[in-house]
Design a protein around this ligand. Structure first.
Ligand SMILES: Cc1ncc(COP(=O)(O)O)c(C=O)c1O
Length: 374
């Protein structure tokens, strides 16, 4: 069911992961999948183009409403109120614009290591960005969060599941975060874009199912783009579960026609008919996770992710700081995400995108191993 195009075909892709690489380099950076599109999604997109159906998005269609609420109930254990869905062009734009309404120029925090645009774009947007370093075991540092809340943190961005660690936050940790934020009247923006990618062995808890406190001051942002590889189509969803949060949504400067129509059509079919493809994907990612565990070069360690197709690799045993990604690019012809993009203290780290087939992943691991031995 899942097919990865041959390397020379991948190299003809014009997206960020595969463009701009030197000849022979394998891309394993930005979170795009190498697999061919799920057939029902490809069909819907072809049909839309054939109809010339590329105009403005009119709003949340009844089909998207039904498909997403069904998907959320079936796969994520989340009862979504169908009247509290708002289209946004991207999760990131949704996060930034919510911050502008909730904390103009104020303190916004997120866990580090974190998704690089949080580190880059939030300061540019004028926020006083507060890093909340994760604890050594990857868990959230509640003591540090308390200090920041006392210091005036207004908004916490919570990537759940987390990128780049791939950790699925357990219910008790989410409850504690919700209680603390409620105590200081801070808002939580739950970035749940990776939720459909929870791998066997872990259980995802949606933020808006955590507690009344979480619902009262919480937003969830999600998109079909990560699990179904649709990032270029620009359609994401913002979900609320309280009147107070919904009032904030009304103050956002979006209209649906800023959202990509093809992204909406693709999301409808992904959520309605994408389960078989997604199940196959999760099976492959689980096997890839095992393969990495078996074949990671000596000197590199990791905590196997519970979700996503991202491996947060610790190269401290190889003494490659400050640029292990530069080493692997030059010596192994493998492009990895530099750890310092995710964490000011990430000089020993690289992020490996393993959203590919076992052959290419095996080649990546072989090349990395040979480079380490040399
Ligand atoms: C945690 C996280 N949030 C947001 C995004 C980007 O989502 P969007 O393209 O909808 O802004 C990513 C992409 O990898 C991500 O990992």
């Amino acid at each position: 069911m899942l097919t990865v195009p041959p390397y020379d075909v991948l190299r003809r892709r014009s997206s960020e992961k595969w463009s701009g690489l030197a000849p022979g380099v394998i891309g394993a950076t930005v979170a795009e999948l190498d697999f061919e599109l799920a057939p029902p999604i490809a069909a819907v997109l072809h049909e839309a183009v054939a109809r010339g159906d590329l105009g403005y998005t009119p709003g949340v269609s009844p089909r998207l409403r039904d498909a997403f609420t069904g998907f959320a109930a079936r796969r994520l254990g989340w009862r979504v109120d169908p009247d509290r869905l708002t289209l946004v062009p991207e999760v990131l734009i949704g996060l930034v614009e919510l911050c502008r309404v909730l904390a103009p120029g104020g303190k916004v925090g997120f866990a580090t290591a974190g998704y690089p645009p949080f580190l880059e774009q939030l300061p540019v947007a004028g926020f006083d960005v507060r890093h909340l370093p994760l604890r050594a075991d990857g868990s959230f540092d509640l003591a540090r969060l308390t200090v920041e809340l006392r210091g005036g943190l207004r908004v916490l961005i919570l990537a759940s599941p987390h990128n780049p660690t791939g950790r699925v936050l357990p219910r008790a940790e989410l409850e504690s975060i919700a209680e603390l934020c409620a105590e200081y009247d801070a808002w939580v923006l739950a970035d749940e874009i990776h939720a459909p990618l929870v791998l066997p062995g872990a259980e995802f808890v949606p933020w808006l199912e955590v507690s009344e406190a979480a619902r009262e001051r919480g937003f969830a942002l999600t998109s079909a783009s990560k699990a179904f590889n649709l990032a270029g189509l620009k359609a994401a969803l913002l979900v609320t579960a309280s009147d107070r949060a919904q009032d904030v949504v009304r103050r956002l400067p979006f209209t649906a026609d800023q959202v990509g129509l093809l992204g909406v059509l693709a999301a409808e079919v992904a959520y309605a008919d994408g389960d078989p493809w997604l199940d196959a994907l999760l099976g492959q990612l689980d096997r890839n996770r095992t393969l990495i565990g078996e074949r990671l070069p000596a000197g590199i360690t990791w905590s196997p992710p519970q979700a996503t197709y991202l491996g947060w690799l610790d190269c401290a045993g190889l003494d490659l700081a400050p640029d292990p990604a530069g080493f692997f690019l030059a010596r192994a012809k493998v492009a990895l995400g530099p750890g310092s993009d995710y964490d000011p203290a990430g000089r020993e780290r690289v992020r490996l995108n393993f959203g590919t087939g076992p052959e290419l992943l095996g080649e990546i691991l072989d090349r990395m191993t040979r480079a380490c031995r040399s």
